[in-house]
Design a binder for this molecule. Structure first.
Ligand code: ADP
Length: 952
């Protein structure tokens, strides 16, 4: 069913009017009907009462005279009255005296009157009872009075027919009136609703047409001045505003379209300009790239061009220095060599910088030992520091993770630069290089390096700028100290490449600390390898005497880590007093580590006083000096110093020294430390070498160097000649210049490898590339062409010798024994040498104290127990190609063998140790054979010695 609110207004209006009229009519009619009903009933009752009056009056005589007939007649007369259904006449006692029934007696008319009857006797003279029964009949009881005395009661029963008839006709008229009225109302309302609905309809139609046609110029006609008129006005007003806005919008749209068109045109223009600019930029990029390529190529060519004549200058000067020269000529030649080295250093710096700037510098990753790196670098620069009277000290934590992976060459370059600067800008005091672990996560170690000096310092305002290329703290620095101003710039960029940071803290006049951080990887499967601890170092008492606190700290940390007990003194006088006091208390020291140069009483004076003081027992004295002079060593020997070591002392060196002096009795003999290089120890090779080199100067330099090392040399002027020569003759090794006319070195090497593969004798000649080209990728290019190694020009004799050792040894052509004989200037044959050097055994025997077990026997047994394990380690590390492990094992075997006089075994161990340190484990086969046989012989000799001891 539709809801009322949804029906059309027209219907609503009609319903409202119709219902209003209907309800009003209904109320009025209802009031009238009720009124009519009650008044009609009243009238009927009154009429019945009047009738009862008449009947009572007529029946009085009959009742008085007990005349029932008369009474019946009277009652029968009621027949004329329609509506009276029965009538009863009661006597005084209430008994029916007479009765009348119209038609058949109706039980309904008598039901319910028994209670009325009971009232008959009580009715007084003028009282009457009117009552309706349940059947809707009207009962009237009235007393019959005679002479003012009630003598009976008349009871009339009316069926109300009259009443109903009258009401019926009345209702009929009312219904007629209501119907007529409703018809009139509906007709009227359907007419009247138009007054409201027509204006609304019109408005609605206008809205529909506007919304369909979107024609906002349409207007609704105002038909009256009432609210509908106002509504039409409002609607028209709204339409006119919309119309106005529409027009404005259309205007604006037109304007906007115009603007868009203009902007699009502008954009198009700009786009065109941008395209042109991009094209120009691309052109410029092309130009820049080709310029950068040209720069790189130029650098390559320049490096080649500069290094080639430098090769001539340096090589020839080295050769010249090997000839007979007057002192003056030697000085000149040494100056040339020194200046050439400096020039080469500068060229290298400039080239390095250019490479970094061009993004061509690529870091390498290889295994290295951090302690070796730092100690070697400090050792390299020690002479420079000591010549200025400076202490140079490396400080590394004892438990440092040493076996690392990274670009050790570049790290060394940074350290050399920082240490070089520190030494250069410091006149008094010390330079300390410190390495600390910042963080350790998994295999990653983050390290902080610090190089601290006590030099001139740097003013705060210039500190930031010194890392820029070509910048020096002040103009006068260049004049006073020299330098290119590139070192720090290169170092910082290298540190950047390694993912670290670099900075400086400095106070003018106080000194500077240059620091940098780098992250490196630990070698997998490698534990920190400390030095093996022989039991006889444990518990030894050491006195450290040094005025430099840093040195005291380092030495203290080192010796205590080896289980020794240590105390320190700041100067000679203090140390002397400490030793005297100890002696008086019966305490002794086993070793004194003495610094030579101390204010007041220096090391040599202290040693002299100790040697002459009768109270102080003999101790083993180790002198540490920064001078490294032969004269000093001799002077030290005179005052009873047992060992003379150059500063900075490497941890392994100090360790060896302590082990040696503890296990040997030494009498004033001074051995030079490992740090001092023996001159003239050139290797001799019986090798046949092909030198392919077009440059006559380089040819001559290489030829001279090779011949000096005992090689037979054929020269090829270019690659083609080299290939031909190889096809004719079997060479042991080829030195191949990369850049040669006709056929370059790469092509020649590739050809040689091709021929070798085609041939069936399985020979493969080692080819070493010679090039002054420092461009990235040259090494890969060499390898790709089938070359085995790479020697950068200019090279010196040591570098050439190292390469020959590497490759001729591998090739089985190098007679190392012969080389050793040659370098020692001996022509004694190996077989004539004793297996054990008795002098070494005597030194141990001299340590024998009375009532103690035989010390030599003890040490030999210890050696026999440990050495077979070491031989196994050497064998294993050779097999696994593990250079570090080889270095450790060979080092350990070397020092213990040397202590027991097995010097031939020690010599082979030393060679293996060197190879391990340089991470060369291949080419060790020949040495392995020798070490095995030397070891067996030494072992047999020592067992013999042991038998002699037990037989004695
Ligand atoms: P240079 O080749 O001139 O030494 P560097 O880049 O290595 O070039 O150093 C730049 C400048 O920084 C130096 O010229 C010097 O002025 C200053 N400098 C570097 N190290 C130190 C230092 N340890 N003490 C004082 N000044 C230093």
């Amino acid at each position: 069913m539709r809801k009322f609110r949804d029906v059309p207004i027209r219907t609503k209006l009609m319903l409202i009017m119709g219902m209003t009229a209907g309800i009003a009519l209904l109320l009025a009619i209802s009031a009238m009907v009720v009124n009519e009903y009650t008044s009609t009933r009243h009238t009927v009752a009154e009429e019945l009462s009047s009738l009862a009056d008449v009947v009572a009056w007529n029946s009085a005589a009959a009742l008085a005279f007990n005349d029932t007939n008369a009474a019946r007649e009277t009652l029968t007369a009621l027949k004329t009255r329609p509506g009276i259904v029965s009538a009863f006449l009661y006597d005084k006692e209430g008994h029916v005296f007479s009765k009348y029934m119209a038609g058949k007696a109706n039980p309904e008319t008598t039901r319910g009157i028994s209670d009325l009857r009971s009232q008959v006797s009580t009715l007084s003279e003028d009282k009457e009872v009117i009552q309706y029964d349940q059947g809707g009949h009207l009962h009237l009881l009235r007393p019959v009075v005679l002479d003012n005395e009630p003598i009976g009661v008349i009871h009339l029963v009316d069926d109300l027919r009259k009443l109903n008839d009258r009401l019926y006709s009345y209702y009929l008229i009312v219904a007629l009136i209501v119907s007529l009225t409703l018809v009139v109302v509906i007709l009227l309302s359907s007419r009247l609703q138009r007054v409201f609905s027509i204006p609304v309809q019109k408005l609605l139609q206008a809205m529909k047409s506007v919304s369909l046609s979107k024609d906002y110029s349409t207007r609704v006609k105002r038909s009256s001045n009432d609210e509908f008129g106002a509504l039409a006005d409002g609607f028209n007003q709204m339409l006119s505003e919309i119309h106005q806005r529409d027009e404005q919008l259309a205007d604006q749209r037109q304007h906007l379209e115009q603007q868009v068109a203009e902007r699009t045109a502008e954009l198009f223009e700009k786009n065109q300009e941008l395209k042109n600019a991009i094209a120009e930029a691309m052109d410029a990029k092309e130009v820049a790239e080709s310029a950068s390529r040209a720069k790189s190529e130029f650098l390559a060519v320049m490096s080649h061009e500069i290094r080639t004549p430098m090769n001539g200058v340096l090589g020839m000067t080295e050769l010249l220095l090997d000839t007979e020269l007057s002192d003056r000529q030697r000085r000149f030649a040494q100056t040339i060599l020194h200046s050439g080295d400096s020039l080469l250093e500068i060229i290298n710096e400039v080239l390095d910088f250019s490479k970094i700037e061009a993004g061509k510098l690529v870091l390498e990753t290889h295994n290295f030992n951090m302690r070796d790196l730092v100690e070697e670098t400090a050792g390299m620069l020690a002479e420079r520091a000591h010549s200025k009277g400076l202490e140079l000290t490396p400080v590394l934590p004892i438990d440092f993770p040493m076996e690392l992976k990274g670009d050790s060459n570049r790290l060394r370059q940074i350290l050399v630069n920082l240490l070089g600067n520190a030494i250069k800008f410091t006149d008094r005091g010390e330079v300390v290089v410190r390495v600390d672990v910042l963080t350790k996560t998994g295999n990653e170690v983050s390290l902080r390096f610090e190089v601290t000096d006590t030099g001139i310092g740097i003013a705060p305002e210039i500190q930031a700028g010194i890392f820029d290329a070509f910048s020096q703290a002040e103009g006068s620095t260049t004049r006073k100290y020299g330098g290119t101003g590139l070192g720090l710039a290169i170092s910082r960029r290298l540190v950047d490449l390694m993912g670290g940071e670099m900075g400086v803290e400095s106070k003018p006049g106080k000194g500077s600390t240059f620091w940098f951080t780098v992250s490196l990887t630990r070698q997998t499967g490698k534990k920190h390898h400390g030095l093996p601890l022989p039991d006889y170092l444990r518990g030894m008492r050491v006195l450290i005497v040094d005025d430099n606190a840093t040195n005291r700290e380092i030495l203290y940390n080192q010796v205590t880590a080896w289980g020794m007990q240590s105390i320190s003194a700041e100067n000679g006088a203090q140390a002397f007093e400490m030793l005297r006091t100890a002696a008086m208390k019966g305490k002794t020291y086993d070793i004194v580590l003495l610094d030579w140069h101390m204010p007041g009483m220096d090391g040599i004076e202290l040693a002299r006083r100790l040697s002459v003081d009768p109270l102080i027992p003999e101790m083993r004295l180790v002198m540490l000096s920064s001078a490294g002079l032969d004269e000093e060593a001799e002077k030290a020997a005179v005052v009873g110093i047992h060992r003379y070591l150059n500063k900075p002392v490497r941890q392994s060196e100090l360790y060896d020294c302590l082990v040696e002096i503890i296990s040997a009795s030494v009498e004033g003999q001074i051995l030079q430390s490992n740090g001092v290089r023996t001159e003239g120890a050139k290797a001799v090779f019986e090798a046949y070498i092909l030198l392919a080199e077009d440059n006559p100067v380089n040819q001559m330099v290489a030829l001279e160097m090779l011949e000096l090392m005992g090689c037979r040399v054929d020269v090829a002027e270019n690659g083609r000649e080299a290939v031909e020569a190889i096809s004719r003759t079997a060479f042991d090794l080829v030195l191949m210049d990369c850049h040669m006319p006709e056929m370059n070195g790469f092509a020649a090497a590739a050809k040689i490898r091709e021929h070798e593969q085609a041939g069936d004798n399985g020979q493969r000649v080692p080819i070493i590339a010679l090039t002054a080209d420092v461009q990235k990728g040259v090494q890969d290019q060499c390898r790709a062409a089938g070359m085995d190694d790479y020697l950068g020009k200019p090279f010196n004799q040591d570098q050439l010798q190292a390469v020959l050792l590497r490759w001729l040894d591998r090739h089985g052509e190098f007679d190392r024994a012969k080389a050793m004989e040659h370098s020692a200037g001996l022509d004694k044959h190996k077989e004539t040498e004793p297996l054990l050097e008795q002098h070494a055994l005597d030194k141990i025997r001299a340590l024998q104290r009375p009532d103690k077990p035989n010390i030599l026997g003890k040490i030999i047994r210890l050696y026999l127990e440990n050495s077979s394990g070491l031989i196994t380690s050497v064998r294993k590390s050779v097999k696994q190609g593990d250079g570090v492990a080889l270095c450790d094992a060979a080092h350990s075997l070397k020092s213990s063998s040397a202590n027991l006089g097995a010097i031939q075994l020690a010599a082979v161990c030393k060679e293996l140790e060197d190879m391990g340190r340089e991470r060369r484990t291949d080419g060790t086969r020949v040495l392995m054979d020798r070490i095995e046989s030397e070891y067996q012989s030494a072992r047999a000799a020592l067992v013999g010695e042991l038998e002699n001891i037990s037989n004695a």
